[in-house]
Design a protein around this ligand. Structure first.
Ligand SMILES: NC(=O)c1ccc[n+]([C@@H]2O[C@H](COP(=O)([O-])OP(=O)(O)OC[C@H]3O[C@@H](n4cnc5c(N)ncnc54)[C@H](OP(=O)(O)O)[C@@H]3O)[C@@H](O)[C@H]2O)c1
Length: 282
């Protein structure tokens, strides 16, 4: 069993949603934290709440992980600190919504930069440092969306499929070694995931973020190569695409997103842009 006590965990996308829940749950289990997201003020609020609740050391490092220079600066900043990172939770992620050919592809490209490029760079950067130290772990937050093409969220589904395949391949490469990686596949989770779009989530059909976070960390502690931290129906939904043709899987997912209204959703104006942090940018 992985023991979180006395470790240092870095969580990306920790200013709200699942990332804030991962941070809280890691702190509850005794880990010190490094929290990363763009909005410095929101990060500071999460950090203050966690310090009061759990009494652990919490550092905030505002960064726009969609910018390669911020990702490099984050790795360099961690190298300057006296405590190395034991566990990285690559949680920051976003989705473009609506018909791919409508409008500009800015938010699609931003999501690839964040969900794929930043995740690979951080996994490589922290993974090498952990390998050199002889221990460490990385949790890559993918999604049940990884298991089939996602019409009207085409780049999101494709990006999460990348995270799934990449993390499974890496887990096998690293099997038996000192660094462990695990992919987490939440289903619908009650967060502000669609906040920068016209779409809204049915909160009643979504899992609470704190439960999803706790189950992910339980699975990592047990040494599982993958985590399905949502309700059982969400895991079952990942089996269906493996049993039918890829064409039918795409049809079914497209039908689901049409019924949910994602086909009519739009990305909020400016949603693709890089939100300035309220204090220093890394
Ligand atoms: N909610 C769901 O139903 C669901 C289901 C399956 C998987 N997931 C995955 O879970 C993860 C967390 O999603 P969530 O639902 O918690 O979404 P969320 O509420 O929108 O939170 C996203 C987090 O990512 C940060 N972020 C966004 N762009 C960033 C950037 N360029 N650089 C650094 N940080 C950035 C945001 O903070 P700032 O705005 O402050 O940067 C925020 O803290 C994502 O990978 C998502 O794909 C979510």
């Amino acid at each position: 069993m992985y023991d979180y006590r006395g470790t240092v965990s870095l969580v990306t996308g920790a200013s709200t949603g699942l990332g804030a829940a991962y941070a809280d749950e890691l702190a509850r289990r005794g880990s010190a934290l490094v929290l990363v997201a763009r909005r410095a003020a929101a990060l500071d609020e999460v950090a203050a709440r966690i310090r009061v609740r759990h009494g652990v050391q919490v550092t905030t490092l505002p960064a726009d992980l969609g910018r390669p220079e911020d990702v490099t600066a984050l790795l360099e900043e961690i190298d300057r600190r006296d405590r190395p990172v034991d566990l990285v939770v690559n949680n920051a992620g976003m989705s473009a919504v609506g018909p791919f050919l409508d409008g500009r592809p800015d938010r699609d490209l931003d999501s690839i930069a964040l969900n794929v490029t930043a995740l690979v760079t951080l996994t490589h950067g922290f993974g090498r440092r952990m390998a050199a130290r002889g221990r460490g772990g990385i949790i890559n937050v993918a999604s049940t969306a990884a298991f089939q093409p996602m019409p009207f969220q085409a780049t999101y589904g494709a990006g999460k499929a990348f995270v799934l395949s990449f993390t499974e391949a890496l887990a096998e490469e690293l099997r038996g070694g000192p660094v462990r990686v695990m992919a987490a596949h939440p289903g619908a989770t009650a967060t502000g995931f669609f906040d920068r779009t016209s779409h809204t989530m049915d909160a009643a059909a979504a899992d609470p973020a704190d439960r999803v976070a706790a189950r992910t960390l339980d699975d990592f502690a047990r040494g599982r190569p993958a985590s399905y931290p949502g309700r059982p129906a969400f895991r079952a939904m990942t089996w269906l695409p493996r049993l039918v043709s890829r064409r039918l899987a795409a049809r079914l997912a497209g039908g689901f997103n049409r019924r949910s209204g994602v086909d009519r959703a739009t990305n909020a104006p400016g949603a693709a842009g890089h939100t300035p942090t309220s204090s220093g940018r890394m």
